[in-house]
Design a protein around this ligand. Structure first.
Ligand SMILES: [Zn+2]
Length: 253
């Protein structure tokens, strides 16, 4: 099924109408109906009744993302959202590690008390808590040095910051954010692959696949690093797709 991104965006945000000062151009975007003047939407191309939302010289008209450009914009917003969620979770993890580093002893005491309470219960079900991998991992973490934990918290916070900066930049379709996302995501790929060799989980595989796709997609669709003609080709594509531009070239002919 082919999704009409233009109509979808118009249904959510309303049509974008504009009256250019240039008379020939204006006539191409305007039509007279029994109910009054109607203006052509710069995004979906439908005529809508009522006064235009804006007016002025044609080159001052809003550059409305439509078609493929609009679809790319929405996909990047999805990535921005995914990164914002991940960023918030990592901040929480950093805060937890930080808190733990300051109260390691009391947490250990509490944990041991719980372990004493639950040991008989688990033994009843033939489960040996003292040799459980989860308990083992937690007990090992009590042995970590305070400085190690602080370092882990700081690194997590730095990683979260990168994710959040990416999220904000991608949401507003900033080109630097696209570069940052591609570079930072690609830089972490070897670590993600290494993680998988240690322990395989579907979440890790999913994250790795999503990140590889994101790197390839952003670099190619946004023509980063001079790919497919680079920035100039990207701007040209954005403009050539604008309906005002289409009307303009039609008017010249
Ligand atoms: Zn529309």
């Amino acid at each position: 099924m082919k999704v009409d991104w233009n109509r979808r965006a118009c249904a959510r945000h309303g049509h974008v109408t504009y009256a250019p000062d240039e008379a020939t151009l204006r006539e191409r975007l305007r039509t007279e109906t029994r109910l009054g003047a109607a203006w052509r939407c710069l995004r979906c191309g439908d005529f809508t009744l009522g006064a235009p939302a804006g007016s002025g010289p044609a080159d001052q008209a809003p550059l409305v993302p439509r078609g493929k450009v609009l679809r790319d914009l929405l996909l990047l917003r999805f990535l921005a959202f995914e990164r914002a969620v991940r960023g918030v979770f990592i901040v929480l993890a950093a805060a937890a590690v930080w808190k733990f580093s300051n109260s390691q002893d009391s947490v250990r005491r509490l944990f041991d008390e719980y372990l004493d309470v639950f040991r008989p219960v688990f033994r009843h079900f033939h489960y040996d808590l003292d040799h459980s991998p989860v308990v083992d991992t937690i007990q090992k973490s009590f042995g970590y040095k305070h400085s190690t934990l602080v370092l882990v918290a700081v690194l997590l916070l730095a990683y979260a910051l990168i994710e959040i900066v990416e999220a904000v930049g991608l949401w507003y379709a900033k080109r630097w954010a696209e570069y940052l996302t591609v570079v930072a995501t690609a830089a972490f790929l070897p670590l993600e692959v290494y993680e998988l060799t240690e322990h395989v989980s579907w979440l890790k595989i999913g994250t790795l696949v999503l990140n590889i796709l994101a790197v390839l997609y952003i670099a190619l669709a946004k023509r980063l690093f001079g790919l497919r003609g680079g920035h100039r080709a990207f701007e040209a594509e954005r403009r050539s797709d604008s309906l005002l531009e289409v009307a303009d070239t039609a008017g010249v002919r």
